[in-house]
Design a protein around this ligand. Structure first.
Ligand code: SF4
Length: 342
């Protein structure tokens, strides 16, 4: 493990993902199982996140956003690519580390899950749940452990006496606060939030988002925020990466993306009506099915649904290219190499 060189990271970059790929093999049924193909869940995704920034990753169900988030934290092993993280000890490639090498780094990067109830052990008290990461890593015990649990509970808007209760005694919003306390008690630098407010009522969503913003300012956190609800992303993220069929199709500062979306898929996403449940596909303003990542169409994966499709779109896959210093898009439209006449 090389922990001393910076691998070309800009000084303010905390995380840089380069060419991330996650393939899931497909096998035939029957006695002799043969490999018949693969699902390209995440394909050649690259982005960086500055310290203190919030990067949103958005897309429909099946876009690869959750798989990408899980690969970053090594809940899944990436098939290819680099996940460079500026750890306290230096820059490391999370994609290549062994479990033993990853264990101490888990303190510095944490995940907040969509369903707080499913991620909290119902047989443990809130105090034990929140303290558990510190106990597992042997980072505190006795009075210090108690003090740190009380401190983080207060920071997330819970009371010290809540330590003695069990998760079922809390509302959805409070349970998400417990999940946040558990993630932050380790004082991580990077927090990956996977649909962290999707399961909450709209009014509670706003409270939890405000809390996450306050904690970011207080504790200097950096967020990767996976979401399907663009309203949430608009108010919470500094920049947004849009994924379609496992590939990044647009990356831009939030204000620019909402004011001047460039990719036809981003435009469709902005016009879509989000459903409260992330597992229910959004109602799109465009015709057609979401591309099947095990059988992607040739050329641009979005072309069967794209009203602006022209000849090169059917055969040539668009690569991400810069439109300005801050905005990138993967679309042949406006590419000087092509004319948009069919
Ligand atoms: Fe549409 Fe072509 Fe752009 Fe794909 S590359 S989004 S098909 S215009």
């Amino acid at each position: 493990m090389s922990a001393t060189d910076d691998r070309g990271l800009a000084p303010d970059t905390l995380l840089e993902v380069r060419g991330l790929r996650k393939l899931f093999p497909l096998f035939s049924q029957g006695f002799v199982r043969r490999r018949t193909g693969e699902v390209r869940a995440v394909d050649d995704v690259s982005f960086s996140v500055r310290r203190g920034e919030t990067l949103g990753i958005v897309g429909e169900s099946g876009s690869g956003k959750t798989t990408a988030a899980r690969c970053i934290l090594r809940a899944l092993q990436p098939s290819a690519g680099e996940v460079l993280f500026r750890a306290r000890r230096g820059v490391v490639d999370l994609a290549t580390l062994s479990e033993r090498e990853l264990t101490p780094l888990r303190q510095e990067m944490q995940m907040i899950f969509q369903d707080p109830f499913a991620s909290l052990n119902p047989r443990m008290t809130v105090g034990a749940i929140v303290a558990e990461p510190l106990v597992i890593h042997g980072l505190a015990r006795g009075r210090e452990l108690e003090d740190r649990v009380v401190d983080i509970l207060r920071r997330v808007g819970l009371k010290p006496e809540h330590r003695e209760r069990y998760p079922h005694a809390f509302s959805g919003g409070q349970r998400q606060r417990i999940g946040i306390a558990r993630a932050l008690i380790m004082r991580p630098a990077l927090v990956v939030a996977d649909e962290a407010v999707s399961a909450l009522d709209v009014s509670v969503q706003a409270q939890v988002l405000n809390l996450l913003q306050d904690l970011q300012a207080e504790l200097g956190l950096t967020y990767v925020f996976v979401a399907h609800n663009l309203d949430v992303v608009r108010h919470f993220c500094d920049r947004v990466a849009v994924l379609y069929a496992g590939r990044m199709v647009e990356l831009a500062p939030t204000a620019e993306l909402f004011a001047r979306p460039q990719h036809p898929y981003t435009k469709a996403l902005l016009a879509a009506v989000p459903q409260p449940d992330p597992d229910i596909p959004m109602r799109f303003e465009v015709e057609g099915e979401v591309a099947d990542p095990s059988n992607l169409p040739p050329g641009c994966a979005f072309h069967p649904r794209c009203a602006e499709c022209f000849a090169p779109c059917r055969t040539e896959r668009p690569e991400l290219r810069p439109l300005s210093a801050t905005q990138q898009v993967a679309c042949h439209l406006g590419d000087p190499r092509y004319s948009s006449s069919d």
